[in-house]
Design a binder for this molecule. Structure first.
Ligand code: EPZ
Length: 431
């Protein structure tokens, strides 16, 4: 399995361009199931998860090809298949994104029940409740969600809030099931994440009628059919935040190009409270440089526009080296602390108290072998290795490849001493 070898202590400097947003591309690719004509999706990142979604679409009768420039062309060629198989869904729980489009367009679906993952249980009860409120009939049988969408339609009002806030992919599923439904659907407590807004704009490009985009109440007026469209994915705010944190971690000067600063208000505010100077340049360029004292900060992860849970591990890595104690509270996935044990191996002083990690700042981290576990925790370990004294070896980096496009090449271009090695060339297991 691939590993990263990192020599820490090198200040990163230079410019790096952010890729398209994984969590926008996945539901948008799934939504091409709704289109009567060909779609051209631009700015799709080159990731394992994208490859998995394209394989799922092909099993569902969609011609789907990704070219080297990040463009994916899709066209529905067979509407008979409606089964997203366990062999594919078990490798990526975001496969659940095909459930809504299948019910909305083909009126039936058989989608393998997605498993949990290391960040905690990943229930889909809100997806099921929302789709049922829309008129679908869903049941779980032999590990599959079996859906009958013939009852979808009529004027409906749906509440999608859950104990940990709205559901991002659940909002996408209900939207995709509603856009071709007769009547008007009002979705209350819809997720407002930029990726959900991007999906709404893509559906609108297909011809859907959606009001309230960006807010917690979405109103969908069903239409007869949706044509194909050409669309560009928004930049990945989580990758942008991760790259900015890499600059801060190494006391360098890093400019991230192509990001959308409006999507990063909370992470930028937290970096500035931590003592990092952030410059906002032309065309959305963001530069981190110059550092006052490494101040401790308190952070709580919240639904957008709050601080994103997908940047919690990366910020924690940064907070391990600070003058004082920081409090990191995880409100979205209370168990999302698998990175703590690995950071402790590197000398971090972190104490868990329920959904809060108390991070006592130390002078520096020390490099050592660590194990990647989930996508964002793995990125945090890379950041820690970049800032640590000595060498760090991050094992099982296939986790990182799921969500970051050649991250070691982007970091090396900024001066990082990082390289990918594959001691045994064994194939990466299904993650
Ligand atoms: C999306 O996952 C993202 N994935 C996640 O990013 C992200 O962490 C998450 O949203 C929160 O922002 C994609 O978009 C592909 P949720 P999703 O449904 O939609 C609970 C990454 O690293 N919940 O918004 O699955 C759930 O347990 C990934 O790129 C229910 O209780 O997340 C969580 O506590 C990790 N019932 C909270 O809601 C449900 O039916 C938010 O989950 C659904 C969710």
């Amino acid at each position: 399995m691939d590993r990263f070898l990192i020599e820490g202590g090198v200040p990163l400097t230079g410019e790096v361009r952010v890729s398209g947003a994984k969590n926008s591309a996945l539901p948008i690719l799934a939504a091409t199931l709704l289109a009567d004509g060909p779609c051209r999706i631009e700015g799709v990142p080159d990731l394992r998860d994208i490859d998995t979604m394209l394989r799922i679409l092909r099993t569902l009768g969609v011609r789907a090809e990704r070219s080297a420039d990040g463009t994916v062309e899709t066209e529905v060629v067979d509407e008979a298949p409606c089964r997203a198989p366990y062999e594919l869904v078990k490798t990526m729980r975001a496969s659940i994104c095909v459930l809504g489009p299948l019910l909305g367009r083909r009126r039936r679906a058989e989608v393998s029940f997605p498993g949990g993952c290391v960040i905690g249980p990943r229930p889909v009860d809100l997806h099921v409740a929302g789709l049922s409120a829309l008129g679908a009939e869903l049941r779980v049988e032999a590990g599959y969600i079996l859906g009958d969408g013939r009852g979808i339609g009529g004027d409906r009002e749906i509440y999608l809030g859950g104990p940990y806030g709205p559901t991002v992919t659940g909002t996408g599923n209900v939207l995709c099931a509603a856009v071709l439904a007769r009547g008007t659907t009002i979705i209350q407590s819809a997720a407002c994440e930029p990726e959900v807004q991007d999906l709404c704009r893509f559906l609108t490009a297909l011809g859907a009628k959606i009001e309230g985009i960006g807010g917690p109440t979405l109103t969908v007026t069903g239409v007869e059919r949706l044509q194909g469209a050409r669309y560009r994915i928004i930049p990945d705010r989580i990758e942008a935040g991760t790259l900015l944190a890499a600059g801060a971690m190494t006391y360098g000067k890093v400019t991230v190009l192509g990001a959308e600063p409006r999507h990063l208000s909370a992470p930028l505010a937290l970096l500035e409270r931590r003592g990092v100077r952030v410059l906002r340049g032309a065309g959305g360029a963001l530069t981190v440089h110059g550092y006052d004292r490494a101040r401790p900060v308190d952070v709580v992860t919240l639904p957008y526009p709050g601080f994103p849970t997908d940047l919690q591990a990366q910020l924690m890595a940064l907070l391990t080296v600070a003058d004082g104690n920081s409090f990191v509270t995880e409100k979205i996935y209370p168990e999302r602390f698998i990175h703590v044990a690995e950071l402790q191996r590197m000398g971090a002083k972190i104490r868990k108290e329920g959904p809060t990690a108390i991070v006592e700042g130390v002078d520096h981290l020390s490099g050592c072998p660590v194990m990647a576990s989930d996508l964002r925790a793995s990125a945090a370990l890379v950041l820690a290795g970049l800032g640590a004294r000595g060498s760090t070896e991050v094992d099982r980096v296939y986790h990182i490849d799921r969500g970051y496009e050649r991250i070691e090449e982007k970091l090396a271009a900024l001066g990082a001493r990082i390289r990918r090695v594959n001691p045994d060339r064994s194939p990466a297991p299904d993650s």
